[in-house]
Design a protein around this ligand. Structure first.
Ligand SMILES: *Cc1c(COP(=O)(O)O)cnc(C)c1O
Length: 451
């Protein structure tokens, strides 16, 4: 079982005495919390137990696999077999938000468009696919089919599919991780099982089944789907379980994003340093994706980067875990919060303990926003910039305004008006590339109703 600990209502009441923000979380009010435990990058990184070499190793592995992607997924040929996404300034959206939040934003608003990542159209194409590749490489090396210096295009051949067909890959998911792992797993020839939580969208299940992936559906939420998947996998020696709550491999796959981002900023002629700070706003579910990206960013940009996580008011598991210091020992359900949100990628009631511990010293802040806000922003971005994202991917959008409205935080970190004027605010658009048109039209209709 994932974590049998349950906080009683009395224990929660006591916790609220020392942690007054919890009352706001319970009331489902949008909150911002800037982290007093934040440490300089060097200290925060020293606690991770992973290094720049580990990220480099992951990056080199992805480079070896570029030859495979070019042949197995021809849509990656334009990016030479790399799985990456562009960055883009969104000045019209910035203006629209300045008037929505009635405050002008010093600096520039940018979007990291992981919705355009090849293969699965979400940030999960980074970590999820990476972990499957790492596993496949290990099996192929062990079977004597491969040397590291070989051309990895041969992963797209019958002997490799034959080998992998003797193995199973399993994962528990709210949808997008299952999509990424199901698609790459099936393509390589693995038997693949995806344990889907109740909130997973029907179209994601249909798409996976069409690829020959076994989809197991649950009535319950994400944590239960993961726990059941983990249990079944543990009984099968030939099954590799991608453990979204604990996986170092996933984390490293996500972390690779940062080195590419550095190059993209350089190519755009943008300097990032202490005088020209970078703020990055990351939607957070269980924490592996945004946590891995934040780790990578800190390695590359150090104290010049400020990372902030965004969560739905109905699923604030990471804010709860870090703010209370209880990490994965507490769930939003313990607070009577239902973990039901239209942002299905973020519908997680209990954070990854592994990630929560690492984020305590690393992150500048956390905030929550309502489903209505995410949907409204979805409509606004479509209208202003003609960019279509899934609701989860909008969570980062209000972040810059939360930052500039918190005087105490700005002072504490020495974020003077001069530095803020030179800031870049990067909203991580974590998904939406595969949303069917009918589903997107429905989101847009809901957004239209709200405005
Ligand atoms: C999974 C996901 C996230 C968050 O990633 P975690 O690793 O669960 O924290 C954010 N946005 C989208 C669209 C996702 O699918």
């Amino acid at each position: 079982m994932n974590n049998p600990l349950r906080y009683s209502p009395e224990a929660i009441r006591e916790l609220c005495q020392t942690h007054p923000l919890l009352d706001e979380l319970i009331a489902l009010n949008p909150v911002s919390w800037f982290n007093p435990e934040r440490q300089p990058a060097e200290q925060a990184l020293a606690m991770v137990g992973l290094t720049a070499e580990d990220v480099q190793d992951a990056s080199l592995r992805l480079t070896r696999f570029a030859a495979y992607f070019k042949v197995a997924f021809p849509e990656t040929a334009v990016s030479q077999g790399y799985l990456d996404s562009p960055i883009k300034a969104i000045p019209q959206m910035q203006q629209a938000l300045e008037s929505r939040y009635q405050q002008s934003l010093p600096g520039e608003l940018w979007l990291k468009m992981d919705n355009l990542l090849p293969i699965s159209g979400s940030i999960k194409a980074r970590g999820g696919i990476y972990e499957v590749l790492q596993h496949a490489e290990k099996l192929a090396l062990k079977a004597g089919l491969l040397q590291r210096s070989d051309n990895y295009a041969q992963f797209n051949s019958e002997p490799f599919r034959q080998l992998f067909s003797q193995y199973r890959i399993a994962v528990g998911s709210t949808g997008n991780l299952g999509l990424s792992i199901g698609i790459i797993g099936a393509k390589l020839g693995f038997q693949t099982s995806v344990h889907m939580s109740a909130d997973a969208q029907p179209w994601k299940k249909d798409l996976l089944r069409a690829q020959g992936v076994e989809v197991i559906e649950y009535e319950s939420d994400y944590s239960a789907a993961v726990a059941q998947g983990r249990l079944e996998a543990s009984e099968d020696a030939h099954c590799h379980f991608v453990d979204d709550e604990n996986s170092v491999q996933l984390f490293l796959g996500y972390a690779v994003a940062a080195e590419r981002l550095k190059v993209q900023f350089e190519q755009a002629g943008i300097t990032i340093d202490r005088a020209n700070p970078l703020f990055v706003y990351l939607p957070c579910g269980v924490g592996g994706g945004p946590g891995g990206v934040a780790f990578g960013l800190k390695l590359i940009f150090g104290d010049a980067v400020h990372c902030i996580f965004a969560e739905p008011t109905h699923s604030p598991c990471m804010l709860l875990g870090v703010y209370s210091g209880l990490h994965d020992h507490v769930s939003v359900q313990d607070l009577g919060i239902n973990n039901i949100t239209t942002a299905d990628g973020l519908a997680v009631g209990r954070s990854s303990g592994f990630v929560a511990r690492l984020m305590s010293p690393m992150l500048d802040g956390f905030y929550t926003l309502s489903d209505e806000e995410m949907l409204t922003l979805l409509g606004l971005l479509a209208e202003q910039e003609n960019i279509h994202l899934e609701p989860s991917a909008l969570a980062g959008m209000p972040g810059p305004w939360r930052v500039v409205q918190d005087e105490g935080y700005l002072q504490r970190l020495g974020l003077t008006p001069e530095r803020l004027a030179k800031a870049h605010h990067l909203v991580w658009a974590t998904g939406g590339g595969m949303v069917p048109k009918a589903v997107m039209d429905n989101y847009l209709a809901q957004a239209a109703k709200l405005t």
